[in-house]
Structure formats: structure tokens, C-alpha cells
Design a protein around this ligand. Structure first.
Ligand code: AMP
Length: 191
């Protein structure tokens, strides 16, 4: 099973990714988490990525693509994976297509969580207090929403065109959103 979960920052992708990955027994691969782990460890990748992350901008495609390629080459991703936060640009979509085709597999579905902009900004500000992420300040949060709208929202139409889109209302209780996601995934055609 090869899945993607997409949605604006604060829509609840990371939370839902855990449930989906558990259900299908595949790893949830979050590019944001991998970048943050590298920042914490002070690796070369982390030092480079941090400049972009702190400003709410995307890390350049070449860096991100290579990181994902290495991650999905690991043995635990052989049976499949759920990508959380990747792809985010059209160039990343193309790169991922190549990676999946190379292994002779295909993408099975793309879950898109939709969310009300004001509500998610509020959620992120709350998260800033509990998790203390460096990119959860109000200015950076707004910039991340803009970058999402400019660079990532257009990907929805690409995947819709391929018949892979599973659009789910991400507002409401966590369990309710999870239930909606599984119902929508069940309705995807098998082939
Ligand atoms: P996230 O935890 O998914 O919100 O990601 C946090 C930050 O990591 C983003 O604001 C970007 O700076 C960076 N990032 C994560 N995934 C990507 C990606 N696919 N392409 C570029 N930058 C990314």
C-alpha cells in the first residue's frame, strides 16, 4: 500500500497518519519529522533545512527528494509507506512518480484533509504552546499557509485527475476524522 496524506499545515496530517499507517502496517514517513530530527542532531542536512523551516519556506526540492529516496529505500518501506508532507511541489510529484515506478509499484491513494483556515491557525498557535516548534509563531504560520496555497494546493488537481484523490473533511473530533478517512479509502477503486 502506497499512500500520501496532504493538507494545509495544522489540518491534522501527522495525527491521522499514525492511525492509517498502523492499520495498513506500513511506516508513516514525515519529511517534517525527518528534518526536525536532523536539526536536533545538528547534522549537515539539519543545519541546511533549518534556515528554510524557520522562515516557513520549503526546503529545496533536491535536498528533500534525496532524503525521501533514501528513506523509502529502507527495508521497512518495501511493502509500502504513507508519506506525510511529501510531495509538496510539482517537481516532487514527478520525482516520487519516478521512485515508485522504478520499484514496479504504483501509488494507491492520496488522502487530502480539508480544513478551515482560521481554525487551523488557531490550532497551530495552541500547538506552539505545547510543543514549542520554532516554526509555530504567528508570522511563520501565516507564511506556511501561503506557501501551501501557492505550491502545494495545485497538487490536489493533479491527483484528482489520476483518480487517486480521497478528500476528507479534517474538521471535528480526531476519531471522527479517522472514521471518515477509512470510509473514503474503502471506496477507492482496487485496480
Ligand atoms: P511539516 O512538519 O510537514 O509541517 O514540515 C515542517 C517544515 O519542513 C516545512 O514548513 C518545510 O520547511 C519543511 N518540509 C517538510 N516537508 C517538505 C517538503 N516535502 N518539501 C519541502 N520542505 C518540506
Amino acid at each position: 500500500m502506497r499512500l500520501i496524506i496532504m493538507g494545509p499545515p495544522g489540518a491534522g496530517k501527522g495525527t491521522q497518519a499514525v492511525f492509517i499507517a498502523e492499520h495498513f502496517k506500513i511506516p508513516a514517513i514525515s519529511t517534517g519529522d525527518i528534518f526536525r530530527a536532523n536539526v536536533t542532531r545538528g547534522t549537515e542536512l539539519g543545519v541546511e533545512a533549518q534556515k528554510y523551516m524557520n522562515a516557513g519556506e520549503y526546503v529545496p526540492d533536491e535536498i528533500t527528494n534525496l532524503m525521501v529516496r533514501n528513506r523509502i529505500d529502507e527495508p521497512d518501506a518495501e511493502r509500502g509507506f504513507l508519506l506525510d508532507g511529501y510531495p509538496r511541489t510539482l517537481a516532487q510529484v514527478e520525482e516520487l512518480d519516478g521512485m515508485i515506478a522504478f520499484t514496479g509499484h504504483r501509488l494507491d491513494g492520496v488522502v487530502v484533509l480539508t480544513a478551515d483556515r482560521d481554525e487551523i491557525v488557531g490550532r497551530l498557535l495552541q500547538r506552539a504552546q505545547t510543543e514549542g516548534r520554532a516554526d509555530d509563531t504567528e508570522d511563520v504560520i501565516r507564511r506556511r499557509q501561503e506557501v501551501f496555497a501557492e505550491q502545494t494546493a495545485p497538487l490536489v488537481e493533479v491527483y484528482r485527475g489520476r483518480g487517486l484523490l480521497v478528500e476528507v473533511d479534517g474538521m471535528g473530533a480526531v476519531e471522527e476524522v479517522t472514521r471518515r478517512i477509512f470510509a473514503a479509502l474503502d471506496a477507492l477503486p482496487e485496480s
